[in-house]
Unconditional design. Structure first.
Length: 639
């Protein structure tokens, strides 16, 4: 009888259906990307006490000592690798700017507004019955399919930022003024302002701002304080901007209004989701405003307030999705570290405008971005329960650059790129064109049958490609050397410890000195291109279609500009990425904490390709065949 009962019990266990916990019982897995966050900088800032919440995660969870991104180490390619576990030739994200086949030779599409060619984990998990959400994560634009259940992404810019002179007219005790908003979307919207005095003061310091002349639903704001306006746009969306009224004279005769760009978001989800986000969080704020800072429309403090508002909106929306909709998987994204590092990574005396004092000030701006990231993480950690997990990642690091390269200028010099009398590229006569991004450039041959208005026959293709390879293997430029004053300023700063902890190591200091090329007096000219690669394309036409015919990789310290015939489109930068992912400056971060995650370090070398397969393993979902990464043992194996 006992044997029969035991047998029945065993049978009941074997045939019992597997029980899957709900998202509410299991908790959300969060993947948070901090674009451009350098592994060594994070360690340095943590050691100096600037990153308490990152330190908390490192102390309580797992911290990867050796993690590498993919090549090219660019934002779109690296985030696609994180989201899919696949390399660029599979995801299609071969660069931040993509040239698609069967289009004009000079066609360039933003990778951030292009579909992934490999399905991301949030889409596959959704099909497997999981609830998923994405907020601003590169590659998650719901307009291109493979979206999450709840998706928020960058939308339209309806007008760039502006600094408007205000000619107030008195009407009794009130002053009034109006001006057009100058929207790019054929909207003739006007802004109306009324200025009033507070109490018995002579100074006008209280303002009412509205889109309606009768001042209905006006925004009340005080002088030199932030306000905002928003309005409905297509598909029940919401666009808006922040503004600040500035004046020194009490009669407002010198009054001006700064406003940010007018922006909106793409919001997709179940019925009513867009309205819920708009009602709770208003319009999608602008990410930053470098132009306004450069033109001195705003101060550095105001610039940081704009960037902080964007980061806070991201945090608030992401945590709201987690709390209200309880997704199994949530991806969200912060760009501030990357943005500040592009603009302010001034650590090499060969860089334009270098001085020790300026370097310290600029590095302070980068430190601010890291601290902002830590503050946002602190808010997120406060909302995590013991059933949830959080992965902190970055797509790549950042390295200082001192010189730019123009591949298209070289192609034009050798007759492969032809311009007309107006200086515009003649696509019917040109044989090649380069699409540049960061430290790499894809060169496309104008092949008949592959490019619209192709100028190169199939028989001519090998010789044209060989010519391109020869051109760039033989480029020579003068070695960049630091002026002696900047060099000694740099040397003094190194040994004073002006830079973050990771750069105070004496061996690193000597290496940095050597890298200035001052110790190579006989190297007058060098080839600035580290590699000239002929990409191997597969027979599968669905793969590799965005790859160039020749790939250029710049040496450390150099970056590519995009010259399209009329002007150079790439702005001057001090920090960049895209090159060799093994360089310490380009190493990303990975930390994890939460339900079931042990305490310690991941000593083995892992890759950003390993994040997606780890998620598949944790969620018990079969991963697609295109996944190249491997799940991280410390996160999926129970000891």
């Amino acid at each position: 009888m006992k044997k029969q009962i035991l047998l029945l019990t065993m049978i009941s266990v074997l045939v019992m259906p597997s029980f899957t916990l709900s998202a509410e019982e299991k908790g959300t897995i969060m993947v948070v990307s901090f674009d451009g966050m350098r592994h060594d900088f994070l360690e340095g800032y943590m050691n100096e006490g600037d990153m308490p919440y990152f330190t908390e995660v490192a102390d309580k969870g797992l911290y990867a000592k050796k993690i590498r991104t993919i090549f090219p180490s660019l934002t779109s390619a690296s985030h696609a690798a994180i989201a899919t576990g696949a390399k660029p030739h599979v995801t299609g994200m071969v660069s931040n700017e993509i040239h698609k086949p069967n289009k004009n030779l000079t066609n360039r599409d933003s990778a951030f507004f292009s579909p992934l060619d490999a399905e991301p984990v949030w889409s596959i998990a959704r099909k497997a019955g999981k609830t998923t959400a994405t907020v601003l994560f590169p590659g998650s634009n719901p307009e291109y399919g493979n979206e999450a259940d709840y998706a928020v992404y960058y939308g339209d810019t309806w007008a760039e930022s502006d600094f408007v002179s205000l000619d107030f007219k008195s009407e009794g005790s009130i002053k009034k003024v109006s001006f057009p908003l100058k929207l790019d979307k054929q909207d003739n919207r006007t802004v109306y302002i009324e200025a009033k005095r507070s109490g018995n003061q002579k100074k006008y310091d209280t303002f009412y701002v509205s889109f309606e002349p009768n001042m209905k639903s006006a925004e009340k704001v005080y002088l030199n304080e932030w306000g905002s306006l928003s309005f409905p746009v297509k598909d029940k969306g919401l666009a808006g901007f922040s503004f600040k009224l500035k004046a020194k004279k009490p009669d407002l005769s010198d009054a001006k209004l700064y406003r940010t760009a007018v922006t909106s978001a793409v919001i997709e989800g179940p019925s009513g989701f867009k309205k819920t986000i708009n009602d709770n969080f208003s319009f999608f704020p602008v990410q930053d405003d470098d132009m306004a800072l450069k033109k001195k429309w705003i101060t550095r403090k105001e610039y940081e307030e704009i960037s902080t508002r964007f980061a806070q909106w991201t945090t608030d929306v992401s945590l709201y999705l987690k709390e209200q909709y309880k997704p199994d998987l949530l991806f969200f994204y912060y760009p501030q570290v990357d943005h500040e590092s592009h603009n302010y990574l001034l650590t090499d005396p060969r860089q334009p405008g270098y001085s020790r004092e300026k370097s310290k000030r600029y590095m302070g701006y980068i430190r601010w971005a890291y601290r902002l990231s830590d503050r946002m993480l602190g808010q997120t950690l406060s909302k995590i329960n013991d059933r949830e997990r959080i992965f902190l990642v970055s797509d790549h690091g950042m390295e200082p650059v001192h010189s730019s390269l123009s591949p298209n200028e070289e192609l034009e010099k050798h007759g492969l790129l032809v311009k007309d009398s107006d200086g515009k590229i003649d696509v019917k006569k040109s044989k090649a064109f380069a699409i540049a991004s960061g430290s790499i450039a894809n060169i496309f041959i104008n092949l008949k049958g592959t490019q619209k208005d192709g100028a190169v026959d199939q028989k001519e293709y090998p010789s044209v490609r060989n010519d391109i390879v020869s051109i760039f293997k033989n480029v020579r430029v003068k070695t960049k050397k630091a002026p002696i004053k900047q060099y000694f300023s740099f040397l003094y700063g190194q040994f004073r410890g002006d830079f973050i902890g990771a750069d105070r190591d004496k061996s690193q200091s000597f290496k940095a000195i050597k890298d200035t090329a001052l110790f190579s007096p006989f190297k007058h000219k060098i080839n600035p291109y580290e590699k000239v690669i002929l990409p191997k394309k597969s027979q599968n036409q669905n793969k590799d279609k965005n790859l160039g015919d020749v790939l250029l990789v710049a040496k450390k310290g150099y970056y590519m500009t995009q010259e399209d015939g009329e002007k150079v489109l790439s702005a001057d930068v001090l920090g960049n990425h895209g090159g060799d992912p093994t360089r310490k400056e380009l190493l990303p971060i990975f930390l994890a904490v939460g339900n079931g995650i042990p305490q310690g370090t991941i000593q083995s070398e892992i890759s950003t390709l390993d994040i997606a397969p780890t998620l598949y393993k944790i969620m018990d979902i079969n991963q697609p065949d295109f996944v190249e990464g491997k799940s991280i043992p410390e996160l999926v194996e129970r000891k």
